[in-house]
Design a protein around this ligand. Structure first.
Ligand code: FES
Length: 75
């Protein structure tokens, strides 16, 4: 099972052993580290992975979930 965590003003962290990162063409990206950190700010020079740029540019994430979207956090 994989768990995706949203870091406050930071990347998406994907935890799990059986996780693949694949682009729209089906190309698979090798992730050296666990958890996998995917860029959420758009500023990384190593996309799709986070390189820490979010801190340098003062990235402010939107809300964790859109109110009223019908999605609820799992308990
Ligand atoms: S979220 Fe870290 S560089 Fe974009």
């Amino acid at each position: 099972m994989a768990t995706i965590k949203l870091r406050l003003n930071g990347p998406y962290l994907i935890e799990g052993d059986d996780v693949k990162v694949v682009d729209w063409n089906g190309a698979e990206y090798h992730a050296d580290r666990r958890p996998i950190a995917l860029c959420r700010c758009g500023g990384s020079t190593k996309k799709p992975f986070c390189d820490g740029t979010h801190s340098k540019v003062g990235f402010q994430a939107a809300e964790a979930a859109v109110p009223g979207s019908g999605d609820k956090p799992a308990t």
